[in-house]
Design a protein around this ligand. Sequence first.
Ligand SMILES: [Zn+2]
Ligand SMILES: [Zn+2]
Length: 320
Amino acid sequence: MNHSLPAESVPNLLRRAGATMLRWFDTRHAVESDAARADRIDWLRVLPFIAMHLACIGVFWVGFSWLALATALTLYALRMFAITGFYHRYFSHKSFRTSRPVQFLFALVGAASVQRGPLWWAAHHRHHHRHADTDLDIHSPRHGFLRSHMGWFMTPRSFGTNFDAIKDLAKYPELRWLDRFDILVPVALATALFALGIVLKNAWPELHTSGPQLLVWGFFVSTVVLFHVTVTINSLAHRWGTRRYATGDDSRNNWLLALLTFGEGWHNNHHHYPGSARQGFVWWEYDFTYYGLRVLALLGLVRDLRTVPASMRTARPEAK
Ligand SMILES: [Zn+2]
Ligand SMILES: [Zn+2]
């Protein structure tokens, strides 16, 4: 790696810093970058990500209530489902069909996870499948565990959305808007939680909650845990677990990760047949996302859930 960066004048540095901060609000805002910085962590841009972690320490000041914990768990579950069911299985893999309003609704819920917009997420994920665990795979643990867990998205190289990879999604202006201003939904959620806490504190003091408490538990703690669990699929699920299929990459099936991520931990299955809306391939491989999608299908909100064909389920077994 090249450790020396080109010297930069102070006005230039300030201009670049200002442009980087504008990207917090508008991800299409252009920032001059150069090859030397492309794979370095852009600390200024990821300041909000670091701040979200520090905000979790706020639990020592805002105290505990069962309502705050229930809010954190509910928002974890709802957003995990939107990430796995929609950002991943729908937007990235098109493993089922849905209507435009439902597509947008779950894109909104997914965007509340603070994992960028649906187009950015899907474009990077499709790239991962095309190049899994090769030099081109930007979040392969072969490049280092921390890099695969979070270092990869902190670099200028992975900041932009590659529209060539998601032409089928980019035709929807509402998705492009959500992708461009990806901070709006998280800020709206955080504000709503804070306001709800204030209302509840005054209306039902016996709940022992407050605005800051719902904000810290419901937004910061829930979001940070959701983030780290989600990205274990990039890091741990390519390292830790068993392999049923000879997929040509390092993907693994892992029951614990499958539990925490609502089914994504059957990651070797998934790399074997990514087009399936169901990632648990046998009855005991619980897949809560798939069960949730089945419920949505019963309600008529999604349709044509694809599953793995029987011939593929037995194809290409990993040599023992
Ligand atoms: Zn993978
Ligand atoms: Zn995938």
